[in-house]
Design a protein around this ligand. Structure first.
Ligand code: BGC
Length: 773
């Protein structure tokens, strides 16, 4: 864990330059706009440790798989999002010496991510080896108004010299991924042009995506534009604009760089260069200041709608805003071909691919904070991949239209190739079905079932029906050889979570079929024909599994068992682990981890979180007490689930502790892995731990329910949720909960178990309850 980020309500601040923290900061200070994003790499050359990262949404490369022993069923490749053209590069020479923070003496350094305005600013002073001292301020952003564009203002001020500054502004396509399996480069150059408006078109190998990047650079001194034409440079995969300017002591020289990245996902190849030039000229005409202003206005709107305000706890306030900010930077939901990678645009790990994280954690965030279309697009993404999921299951030997969605994917094909995950971590299928249920529960939009949802559910149900087998010994259906969400146990039998979500899927699919038949018999008949569904036989089989499924539990302890053999393990508690052993995944051998009782992430508790209404409060408490004591939370997805359950149980101190852990996971580098990139998908979980945890939000029987509690070191908190056309503002302080709606319509919601009527423009106040169930 680190503690170097300064606490501030709206800004993320780093003071002083410590090269050993640079890669962590490159992740934390990342910027993006849903179409493109980048790590906080320096504009000028940097000879120290860095992970270069500029990413363009939807553009990937199928990197040929590398494994120890090949197993049938493994995918041939791992699709990964690519480090694309470096558009921020501005190399500086001062009186002939290259500016490089690795070799210069850094006198002063500060990085600020302004979450209100959506900008990254870096200010520093350096003394070069030639004795020249200068101040630099670099401001940049990825525009959320012109979402194919980014802009930089880079200002240099000499402090003790007059002389010459050489500026080389570059589009650099000579880039690679550090995680490339065979040290290959993934891009070929197609074409380029130099000039005032320069551009470079690169093509990905194999997938043949084209990306055209364009740039324009100009310089001003003391606020006046210099009328200096640059010299143009071009070499393979690289174009540049070079300026040499004379400068005097204390004179500010500002370099304005405008850049665009357009991809063949959105334009015909032959139109790309022209379109890039058009966009580039448009933003240059707009100018840096206007773009900056528009950026601030657009972010203001986002915050008006989606801010969570916490009074009395700056660390908590900064953290929730950071999580919300990064979610917005990653995914805007306008394009159903895109999804949310666990690292977003902040690193290479997880390949920018889609995981169950989207359905289990991100969907509820977007349901409550964005237009309904955004959540629908996330579901449609999977609908479009149904055929591939059926092919994927067939590859593993399943038949009759059974669908196994991939653990990791960009285009619907499985990319992951560790057998214990690819073949066994099949619970992901359950999360995809649960998301359909969750969407309909939240929006009331039943028609989604007949339009898209039912086909997906049938494929998933068929998979589960074939994945169980009858145990003669147990006289029950069992599910063997699986990996639950807790990846610290593999190839286990009867993982409670997986078996529970599997039978839930079967039940829900049966209900969904009845619902769909009633809603639209014609479309329902089409679906039966399309899926060649044998109604009586298949439903009877599903029902038999539902009725006779085996779930491991321990009656004495009154808990569900993680898996059949869990209690055979030596039962040690996390509190008894020495600090020096943690994180286990960096300190222990894999063998030792697998044999231990330690749980990576919520597993039984994940199931209790999803199906909370099926369990009484004492059952929840017993399972929570047992599993929390054994969970090391080495997956970022874990603490938020524990926070929500702890809040439900009235254990506010623990809930608060988990909240801080999930929300400051990256800011404080809890798991020692922020340098790989931010944990974007778990950031949605942070939001859930406030709204579902402290706010107690649930949707039951078409109604919004709240049961707010206040952590003791908060004065108050406020959040907004959109529910069926109404935005509701919830403010909680020590005495009361205030509820306001933005709509003229009446809305009945349930607070502390009682119905209240919320009508337009009036605020309702309800006294806070002490915790009772
Ligand atoms: C977790 C998975 C998760 C993946 C991507 C892994 O560490 O165990 O549950 O899907 O990270 O976030």
């Amino acid at each position: 864990m680190k503690n170097y980020i300064k606490h501030s309500e709206w800004n993320i601040i780093e003071e002083g330059f410590d090269p050993s923290l640079n890669k962590i900061s490159e992740s934390i200070f990342s910027i993006g706009n849903g179409r493109m994003g980048q790590r906080a790499n320096f504009e000028e050359h940097y000879g120290g440790e860095t992970l270069q990262g500029n990413y363009v949404a939807g553009v990937y490369y199928p990197d040929k798989t590398r494994v120890g022993w090949w197993k049938n069923g493994y995918p041939e490749y791992f699709a990964k999002v690519l480090n694309a053209v470096n558009w921020i590069s501005i190399n500086i020479k001062v009186n002939g010496e290259i500016l490089d923070l690795h070799t210069a003496k850094v006198l002063d350094f500060k990085r600020v991510l302004d979450m209100q305005g959506g900008t990254l600013t870096r200010t520093f002073s350096v003394e070069l080896q030639n004795g020249n001292v200068l101040d630099v301020e670099a401001v940049r952003f990825c525009s959320i108004v012109d979402d194919e564009a980014g802009a930089i203002k880079y200002t240099l001020t000499p402090r003790n010299f007059d002389g010459e500054i050489e500026v080389e502004s570059i589009l650099d396509g000579d880039v690679s991924n550090q995680d490339s399996n065979y040290d290959e480069q993934f891009w070929n150059v197609v074409d380029s042009a130099v000039g005032e408006f320069a551009w470079l078109t690169m093509e990905t190998k194999k997938t043949t995506f084209w990306v055209t990047s364009g740039m324009h650079t100009h310089i001003s001194q003391d606020g006046h534009a210099l009328n200096q034409k640059p010299t143009y440079g071009s070499k393979e995969k690289c174009v540049s604009q070079r300026f040499i300017v004379k400068t005097k002591k204390n004179q500010a020289t500002s370099i304005y760089k405008f850049a665009v990245n357009l991809s063949s996902e959105n334009y015909r190849r032959e139109e790309l260069a022209e379109a890039a030039l058009g966009t580039l000229k448009r933003i240059v005409a707009k100018g840096f200041d206007k773009m900056l202003l528009e950026q601030a206005e657009a972010w203001k709107k986002k915050w008006e709608h989606g801010d969570v305000i916490i009074e009395g706890d700056i660390a908590a306030q900064q953290a929730i805003r950071f999580n919300i900010f990064q979610m917005h930077q990653t995914y805007t939901g306008e394009d159903a071909r895109l999804n949310i990678g666990p690292k977003g645009f902040t690193g290479e790990k997880y390949g920018g691919s889609t995981y169950w994280d989207t359905e289990a954690y991100c969907l509820p965030f977007y349901l409550a904070t964005a237009d309904q279309k955004v959540a629908e697009n996330l579901l449609i993404y999977r609908y479009k991949h149904l055929e591939k999921a059926i092919e994927n299951a067939a590859k593993l030997g399943f038949t009759n239209g059974a669908a196994l969605y991939p653990m990791v994917t960009i285009n619907g094909e499985e990319c992951h190739n560790e057998w214990e995950i690819t073949f066994e971590e099949i619970h992901r299928n359950g999360a995809i079905a649960f998301a359909i249920f969750n969407y309909i529960r939240y929006t009331g939009e039943n028609s989604y079932l007949v339009q898209y949802g039912l086909e997906v559910l049938i494929g998933i149900a068929r998979f589960w029906a074939q994945r169980v087998n009858w145990s003669i010994e147990k006289k029950k259906f069992v599910m063997l050889g699986v990996t639950g969400p807790n990846e610290y146990e593999n190839n286990i039998n009867n993982n409670w979570y997986t078996s529970t979500i599997a039978t839930w899927c079967l039940k829900y699919t049966i209900e969904a079929m009845e619902e769909a038949e009633e809603q639209d018999p014609e479309r329902f008949a089409q679906i039966l024909t399309k899926t060649k569904f044998k109604a009586e036989e298949e439903v009877a089989n599903w029902q038999a599994i539902i009725d006779q499924m085996y779930y491991p539990e321990d009656k004495n302890l009154g808990i569900f068992l993680q898996q059949d053999g869990y209690l055979d393990k030596e039962q040690i508690l996390v509190k008894d682990l020495p600090d020096s052993d943690r994180p286990l995944n960096q300190k222990w051998s894999w063998d030792r981890i697998l044999r231990s009782c330690f749980i990576k992430q919520a597993d039984v508790l994940q199931g209790i979180y999803f199906f909370e209404e099926d369990y009484d409060i004492e059952t929840i408490r017993r399972n929570y007490d047992f599993y929390e004591a054994r969970t090391v939370h080495e997956s970022s997805l874990s603490p938020c689930v524990h926070a929500i359950i702890a809040a439900k149980l009235g254990d506010l101190d623990r809930a608060y502790e988990f909240y801080l852990r999930t929300s400051r996971l990256d800011l404080d580098d809890y798991n020692n892995d922020t340098e790989d990139g931010l944990h974007i998908t778990s950031m949605a979980g942070t939001w859930l731990s406030v709204v579902e945890g402290f706010g107690g939000m649930r949707i039951k029987h078409n109604q919004l329910h709240l049961y707010p509690v206040l952590p003791k070191n908060w004065k108050s908190y406020t959040f907004k949720i959109g529910f069926r056309g109404t935005t509701i503002t919830v403010n909680v302080d020590h005495e009361k909960v205030s509820l306001a709606s933005n709509s003229a319509h009446n809305l009945t919601l349930n607070i502390f178990g009682e119905n209240v009527e919320l009508s337009g423009k009036k605020t309702i106040e309800v006294f806070l309850k002490s915790f009772t169930h």
